[in-house]
Design a protein around this ligand. Structure first.
Ligand code: GLN
Ligand code: ZN
Length: 764
């Protein structure tokens, strides 16, 4: 017998039912009872799927109305004062929603809590907000109700909760400096008793195993945090419940030592990201501790190589026997629900894939294979699985000879451009721009007409010619608008793009798209990442016609707009049969050709967006440089084929640059536009201290808000920027694309921005 279990199941539903229910409730179109009912049905369905798959233990607590960390913060009664929570009352669902979104059907609106990325995934959690002297209490019963619900349905339940150290690590507050601030550990004294109460309640409910997630064990931990593990788990061990301590997303490395003699009943390890960690952890486990081996990827969508997994598990099983459990590497939150609904993928490609539902079947097969207990059906399924893997390995669809030939010589491809001083001189002569040149980040408002035209064209009800005409009309309108208000470097507006990665992915070879491959990004928002299954090729130019058309309408320079190689990689499910860096270089080569074609078509300013550049950073600082080296190399591969007088821009919409400044400079874009408006240009300090050598457009207003910025305010902000950087290297632009904005505020904001640039020029 080998226990098989799961760490978490996607909660959104196969048809994104939870999304719809949430949004109807928020919009006042559905009652709270209806929302609660949808949640209950989804949980029942998801538990049922897992039970039918043959799992021995089923997770409860992976469901969340918005985010699992927010569920936990509210259970602990951690509600910032501005939400008016009474100390002794339960935290209501609407208070939870107000914390997440600032508003809810009932209760006074207040500033929403911060949201940020969950480790190195594209999932975002709500940051726990810690007050000085924060107190804790069990303030919601929802989790216990779910346990009861699952038990009533006859399931063997394993509650899943965030560990106290991980939860504290993720927390922020005015009294604390940053993630690693040791003073947060002082809160343990008040926090641990509440954990004990929670465990006691589980125990009273007849629970045997509880999974406590401590993914911070894969991070660089300061000594005080390392030391805290023993203290915390000694405490939690008092409950009598069996604790499975779960880590995932990377190797534990030196933190393996913290597990030695740690009083927990078992440890879960991510054996997909870090196969060697399984051995390392097994070596420190005591004689009755369980090792849960996560050997089915919870992060990617490729079918598992079961034979390879068995090979990895066999030596562990030899030592551990029934103390070896198997599971997905992490919660399946990060993969789509069910491959079954995909009718648009061809049979071969589909046979290579595995979504959450299929992963559970793989788990069951793996158990059978490991223990030699497969039935006839199982034998057949394993054979099919092997055949699928073989087909993927040998398929000509994953390898393109032309790409392979080019990759072999990639070391010789030119990545150097002339020195910036020489380039900028040539660009100034060619473009003839005023001081403080103005531009935008690319997209203009995506109106209903634009979306309708795209949809009709996709479903065939609008002809190619009619669609082209509709898009050209949009481009013309955007060009005339920009001319009218006096912008200096224009854009075509990106009306043809539904999404900045999907648009290019659909025009490249090696990409596939799903119909329902949704993954939760945050709250009710889901994304449908493309799948990169094969060598990336560009059969034809992708953006040239639109940009050239825009340029044909005006004497002013039009900026071509592309999505960078790192961002394309980062926001896709990436093939696992070659290093990510190689896939990224293939993307870079495709973009390099696109850049050259844009240049040939008379586009002399080209922007390559890299909003996901920073997201790719590995979890451990020691691994950063290796990533940065290839990421920078890919950007340079994309951009370096142009003449000196072609100006390369890049855009990154985040604000922490301090720790990667050297790499940002090494990208060697002629102009970088960044987000700075929300912090009054303080963020430019990184660029100042580093003496960033090229041009910069610090975003002068926040496009995430519908508010129209005042000219005087933007002039002051640019004045701040000019104190830090030479004025002749400054650009004036919003802090991101305008696609989510409406036209009225866009027009007013850009007018005010152009006015600000004129004021700056006049006073220069
Ligand atoms: N060019 C893109 C746009 O304007 C950039 C989007 C982004 O930074 N995420 O929409
Ligand atoms: Zn942006």
């Amino acid at each position: 017998m080998t226990i098989i279990h799961n760490l978490g199941f996607p909660r959104m539903g196969k048809q994104r039912e939870l999304k719809r229910a949430l949004e109807s409730y928020w919009a006042g179109k559905a009652s709270q009872e209806e929302l609660l009912e949808t949640g209950k049905q989804l949980r029942a369905r998801h538990w049922d799927i897992q039970a039918r798959a043959g799992l021995d233990l089923i997770p409860v607590g992976d469901f969340a109305w918005y985010d699992q960390i927010l569920e936990w913060s509210t259970l602990l009664g951690v509600v910032p004062a501005r939400f008016g929570q009474a100390d002794d009352a339960p935290v209501s669902l609407d208070t939870l929603f107000r914390m997440a979104r600032g508003r809810a059907p009932s209760g006074t609106p207040a500033a929403a809590c911060e949201m940020t990325k969950w480790f190195d995934t594209n999932y975002h959690y709500i940051v726990p907000e810690l007050a000085p002297g924060q107190t804790f209490r069990i303030a919601r019963d929802f989790l216990f109700e779910q346990v009861e619900e699952a038990q009533a349905l006859g399931h063997a339940v394993k509650p899943v909760i965030p560990g106290p150290l991980t939860w504290l690590w993720l927390g922020k507050g005015d009294a604390y400096e940053g993630l690693s601030d040791e003073r947060k550990l002082e809160l343990l004294q008040a926090l641990l008793p509440v954990y004990e109460q929670v465990l006691a309640r589980f125990q009273a409910q007849g629970v045997q195993w509880v999974q406590i997630d401590e993914p911070i064990l894969v991070l660089d931990l300061p000594q005080a945090w390392q030391d805290a593990f023993r203290r915390v788990y000694q405490n939690l061990n008092q409950s009598g419940l069996r604790v499975l301590l779960a880590t995932y997303f990377d190797d534990l490395r030196e933190n393996v030592a913290l597990l030695k003699d740690l009083p927990v009943a078992g440890v879960h390890v991510d054996g997909v990201r870090a196969p060697a960690a399984l051995q390392a952890v097994q070596a420190v486990l005591g004689a009755d501790q369980v090792l849960s081996a996560g050997v089915i990827s919870g992060r990617n969508i490729w079918r598992t190589d079961l034979d390879k997994a068995v090979e990895l598990l066999k030596p562990l099983q030899a030592v551990l026997g029934e103390r070896l459990w198997i599971a997905p590497s992490c919660s399946l939150l990060h993969v789509p629900v069910d491959l079954d609904g995909e009718t648009g993928l061809d049979a071969e490609l589909k046979s290579w894939l595995s979504f959450a539902v299929q992963k559970l079947d793989e788990l069951k097969l793996l158990e059978g294979l490991l223990n030699g207990s497969l039935d006839a059906q199982g034998e057949q399924d394993v054979r099919a699985q092997r055949a699928a893997l073989q087909s993927r390995r040998s398929s000509s669809r994953t390898r393109n000879p032309a790409v392979q030939a080019r990759m072999e010589k990639i070391a010789q491809v030119q990545r150097e451009r002339a020195p910036f001083a020489q380039r900028i001189q040539a660009q100034r002569e060619k473009l003839n721009l005023p001081a403080y040149p103005t531009t935008t980040i690319g997209s203009f408002p995506q109106t209903t007409e634009i979306r309708t035209a795209r949809r009709d064209w996709r479903n065939g009800s609008l002809s190619d010619a009619a669609y082209e005409k509709a898009m050209q009309a949009e481009i013309e309108q955007v060009i005339r608008f920009q001319e009218r208000i006096g912008l200096d470097v224009l854009v075509h507006g990106e009306a043809e793009r539904n999404d900045m990665v999907e648009y290019f992915g659909e025009l490249l070879g090696g990409f596939a798209f799903t119909q329902n491959g949704w993954v939760q990004s945050y709250g009710s928002r889901c994304v449908k990442p493309p799948i990169i299954f094969g060598d990336v090729v560009r059969p034809a130019p992708m953006s040239v016609a639109w940009s050239a058309y825009a340029q044909s309408l005006t004497e002013l320079p039009v900026k071509g707009m592309l999505t960078g190689p790192v961002t394309m990689l980062q926001w896709s499910f990436v093939r696992d049969d070659q290093p990510r860096a190689d896939t990224c270089r293939q993307l870079a080569l495709a973009l390099r050709d696109e850049v050259s074609d844009l240049e040939k078509a008379g586009i002399h300013v080209i922007q390559i967006d890299e909003p996901a550049f920073r997201e790719g950073l590995p979890l451990r600082k020691g691994d950063w440089q290796q990533y940065l080296d290839w990421a920078v190399d890919c950007f340079r591969l994309s951009t370096s084929a142009v003449a000196d007088d072609t100006q390369i821009h890049t855009h990154m919409c985040y604000s922490e640059f301090n720790d990667i400044m050297e790499s940002i400079a090494a990208m060697d874009a002629d102009v970088i536009t960044i987000e700075t408006s929300r912090s009054n240009m303080l963020l430019l300090e990184a660029f100042e201290n580093f003496e960033y050598p090229n041009d910069i457009g610090p975003g002068v207003y926040d496009i995430h808000s519908p508010n129209v910025p005042e000219t005087g305010w933007m002039v002051r902000l640019m004045g701040e920027a000019a104190k830090r950087l030479p004025a002749e290297r400054l650009w004036v632009n919003p802090d991101c694309g305008l696609k989510t904005r409406g036209w009225p505020e866009t027009e007013a904001s850009l007018l005010a921005m152009v006015q600000a640039a004129r004021t700056l020029r006049a006073s220069a």
